[in-house]
Design a binder for this molecule. Structure first.
Ligand SMILES: Nc1ncnc2c1ncn2[C@@H]1O[C@H](COP(=O)(O)OP(=O)(O)OP(=O)(O)O)[C@@H](O)[C@H]1O
Ligand SMILES: [Mg+2]
Length: 315
C-alpha cells in the first residue's frame, strides 16, 4: 500500500440499547489532516477508540494502513500514534525518561531509542526540556510531551482526540503548528476537535458526525461549497476601512466573485468558485485594487455555518 490510510467499514458501537456509533464507512488516504467534528456525545471518541482497538466494535471493522485493527492488532497499531484519554505523565519523570518507557512499550529497538526520542522532542519543540521533571511543566508543555509520545515509533498515522482542548491560546497555537508540521512529514492525522477555526486552519478535510452517524466527509473547500450554492467562502482582511464603492462595485466586479458580504469595515466575505485557479485569480485581482490586502483565506465562519446547519437540535 502506498501512503498512510485509515478506513472503517460499517463500524458501529452500542452501549446496551443505545447506539453510540452507527455503521460508519470512511476511507481516508494520504498525508493530510482530517478534522473529525461533531457535538458532545456525537460518537467521536468512541469511533477513535474503535479505530485503535481500545474498545470492541459492536459491528464492522477498522483498518490502519490496510491492516485490520482487530485481526492484525499489533501490526496495525505499530503504524499509529494515538492520543486518546492518555494518562498524565508521572511528574517525577523527565520527557526523555517518559518517552523511553513509551519507546520500550512500542517496541522501538534499544539502539534506535535515543535518536527517536530526540527527534520526537524536536518535533514538538521540547528539546531544551528533555531532562527536566515533567511535574513542573505547564499544561501546554505536558501536552506537547504527550504528542511526542505518539511520535516515538515514527508512525504514519496520528489519531488525536481533541489535542488542544483545555490549552490557552498559546498552547493551542503550538499544537496547531505541530499538527501542520506532521502533515508535512508525510503523516495522516485524524483529529477530533470542537474548535472550528483550528480545523479550518490546519485541516485539509473534515468529517462530521452527529448522533453516531457520519453526515459527510469531504475537503474543507467542497464542504463549504456544497452548502453555499457551490461556492467556497473566503475572508479578505484589509489594512484600511473599505470604501462603500469598493464593496459594492470594484470587488463584486472582479472576475469569479459571486457575492460580497461586508463583515466589518476592514473585512469582507467573498463567495468564490472552489477551484484554486479561480481563487488565485481573485486574489490577484484584489491585490491589483491596492486596498491594503492583509490576508485572504478560507473562512472559518463558513465551516461554522455548515456545522450549525447540519447538526440537528437534540431537544
Ligand atoms: N462506556 C460507555 N458506556 C455507556 N455509554 C457510553 C460509553 N462511552 C460513551 N458513551 C455514550 O456514547 C455517546 C458517544 O460518546 P463519545 O464519547 O464518543 O462522544 P464524543 O463525540 O467524543 O463527545 P465529546 O465531544 O463530548 O467528547 C455518548 O452519548 C456517551 O454518553
Ligand atoms: Mg470525545
Amino acid at each position: 500500500m502506498s501512503g498512510p490510510s485509515l478506513a472503517t467499514s460499517g463500524l458501529g458501537k452500542n452501549f446496551g440499547a443505545f447506539v453510540a456509533v452507527q455503521g460508519l464507512d470512511l476511507k481516508i488516504e494520504g498525508a493530510k489532516c482530517v478534522g473529525f467534528l461533531g457535538p458532545n456525545g456525537a460518537g467521536k471518541t468512541t469511533t477513535l477508540k474503535m479505530l485503535t482497538d481500545m474498545i470492541f466494535p459492536s459491528r464492522g471493522e477498522a483498518f490502519i494502513n490496510g491492516l485490520s485493527v482487530r485481526q492484525d492488532r499489533k501490526r496495525a497499531l505499530s503504524h499509529a500514534g494515538v492520543l486518546i484519554e492518555s494518562p498524565e505523565i508521572y511528574p517525577s519523570l523527565s520527557p526523555t525518561e517518559a518517552l523511553e518507557m513509551v519507546a520500550e512499550l512500542r517496541g522501538v529497538p534499544r539502539g534506535e531509542q535515543p535518536r527517536r526520542i530526540r527527534t520526537a522532542l524536536e518535533e514538538v519543540k521540547m528539546s531544551e526540556w528533555a531532562h527536566q521533571k515533567v511535574g513542573r511543566f505547564s499544561k501546554g508543555m505536558k501536552q506537547r510531551i504527550q504528542i511526542a509520545s505518539t511520535l516515538v515509533h515514527d508512525p504514519e498515522v496520528l489519531i488525536l482526540d481533541e489535542p488542544s482542548t483545555g490549552l490557552d491560546p498559546r498552547g493551542m497555537a503550538e499544537v496547531r503548528a505541530i499538527v501542520r508540521e506532521q502533515r508535512k512529514h508525510g503523516r495522516l492525522i485524524f483529529m477530533s476537535s470542537h474548535i472550528l477555526s483550528e480545523v479550518t486552519e490546519v485541516c485539509d478535510e473534515v468529517a462530521l458526525i452527529d448522533r453516531g452517524k457520519l453526515l459527510f466527509y469531504d475537503t474543507l473547500t467542497n464542504v463549504t461549497a456544497r452548502f453555499n450554492g457551490g461556492n467556497a467562502q473566503v475572508d479578505a482582511v484589509f489594512a484600511r476601512p473599505l470604501d462603500p464603492s469598493v464593496v459594492n462595485q470594484a470587488i463584486p466586479h472582479l472576475p469569479g466573485v459571486k457575492a460580497v458580504e461586508l463583515l466589518d469595515p476592514k473585512r469582507v466575505r467573498l463567495a468564490v468558485p472552489p477551484g484554486p485557479e479561480d481563487q488565485a485569480q481573485i486574489l490577484e485581482g484584489l491585490v491589483a485594487l491596492k486596498l491594503g490586502l492583509v490576508s485572504f483565506k478560507e473562512s472559518a465562519g463558513a465551516l461554522e455555518d455548515v456545522y450549525m446547519q447540519q447538526i440537528s437540535r437534540g431537544d
